[in-house]
Each structure stands twice: as structure tokens, then as C-alpha cells.
Design a binder for this molecule. Structure first.
Ligand code: SF4
Ligand code: SF4
Ligand code: SF4
Length: 181
């Protein structure tokens, strides 16, 4: 049994478990690669083929493990490991339409949130790392009183660069899935 057959079998088992009440009813919201369908549709359409993970030049895609229930084998983004530079190669190899080809400016992988209690700049130390490295410079992260970084969700692509480079320990900024309307 190859990997794809195995994952399909496991996902089928999860579905059976869901029907019988023995498995997970819902998967936790995940950060999906660019152009992903809404979560419910994504779970139904993604073939768990792993092509998006294989093609990603920045290795920012990993595949969910068995503990993800129905979402096993689907791709997720992990900004702690790497960020996405919107090369859109993953959308090009996705043959199912789970990842759609969309203009880069429309990519909304998630949205960054800053925890002001952890933000170094809020402790009046010198840090504008996220502000300076954000690819949407001056738009997705603005400086309040020229010093304190604040996210503008309208421009944030969810690329993960800010989380990846944040020097605070623990990280003061995280990219979270957007709420689906
Ligand atoms: S757009 Fe490029 S960098 Fe971003 S997840 Fe897809 S393949 Fe990786
Ligand atoms: S390439 Fe598409 S179908 Fe294959 S795992 Fe990635 S999102 Fe799913
Ligand atoms: S995730 Fe962070 S670095 Fe990327 S666009 Fe949003 S605020 Fe900027």
C-alpha cells in the first residue's frame, strides 16, 4: 500500500469513526497554503497527495499527522519553520483545485496577531523586526506612535515572515487562521 492509499484508508477510517461517533467530528482550523478552498471544501477536495509539500522551495508546508483525524495528510503552514514568499508553485502542482491559482495580492493564508504583553517594542526596548521585514512593508504592519507594531488585517497575507523572525521568546506574533464568513 503506497502513502496515498494508506492516507485515504486512514481518512476513510476517520470518516467511519465520525459516523459512528468514535472519531473526531471536526478538525482544528489550520493555516493552509495559498489559494486554499474554505476549510470544509478543502478537506473534501484535497487528495492528500503531498505534491504541494514536495514542490515548496521554502519547506513551509508539512502534512498533518494521524492525530488530525479527518485532516490527516492535508498540508499546513508552520511559520515557526519557514515563511511563504508567495511563489505560488504549490497552486501550480495541485491537480484537485484544493489550492486555487489566485493573484498574489489576494492571498490570505491567515492573519497575524501581536501579543502586546510579549512584544519587545512594548517593553520600550528597541525592536521593529516584524515591521521592517514584512513583505507588505508599511501596510500590513503599521507603527503606532512610530514605535509599536500594529497589524492591519486588510493587507496581511498571512505569509508568516513576522512570526518567523520575531526575536521574542516566546514569540510575540503568530499567524492564525482567518475566520470564514
Ligand atoms: S506559495 Fe511557494 S513558498 Fe508559499 S507555500 Fe506555496 S510553494 Fe511554498
Ligand atoms: S497538492 Fe493539492 S491535493 Fe495534493 S496535498 Fe496539496 S492541497 Fe492537497
Ligand atoms: S503575516 Fe506578518 S509579515 Fe506576512 S504580511 Fe502579515 S504582518 Fe506582514
Amino acid at each position: 500500500m503506497n502513502r496515498r492509499m494508506f492516507i485515504k484508508a486512514v481518512a476513510g477510517g476517520c470518516l467511519l469513526g465520525m459516523v459512528t461517533g468514535a472519531g473526531k467530528l471536526t478538525a482544528s482550523p489550520q493555516l493552509r497554503p495559498p489559494g486554499a478552498l474554505p476549510e470544509t471544501d478543502f478537506l473534501a477536495v484535497c487528495a492528500r497527495c503531498g505534491k504541494c509539500q514536495e514542490i515548496c522551495p521554502l519547506s513551509c508546508i508539512s502534512l498533518l499527522h494521524l492525530d488530525a483525524g479527518l485532516a490527516v495528510g492535508t498540508p499546513k503552514m508552520n511559520p515557526l519553520v519557514s515563511y511563504c514568499d508567495l511563489c505560488m508553485k504549490c497552486t501550480e502542482v495541485c491537480s484537485t483545485g484544493a489550492l486555487r491559482s489566485i493573484p498574489k495580492e489576494d492571498v490570505r493564508i491567515g492573519v497575524a496577531h501581536i501579543d502586546n504583553d510579549l512584544c519587545i517594542a512594548r517593553r520600550d526596548d528597541d525592536c521593529q523586526t516584524c515591521y521592517r521585514t514584512c513583505p507588505q512593508y508599511g501596510k500590513a504592519i503599521k507603527l503606532e506612535r512610530r514605535k509599536y507594531p500594529v497589524i492591519d488585517p486588510d493587507y496581511c497575507t498571512g505569509c508568516g515572515m513576522c512570526e518567523h523572525v520575531c526575536p521574542a521568546d516566546p514569540k510575540a506574533v503568530h499567524v492564525l487562521p482567518r475566520e470564514e464568513g
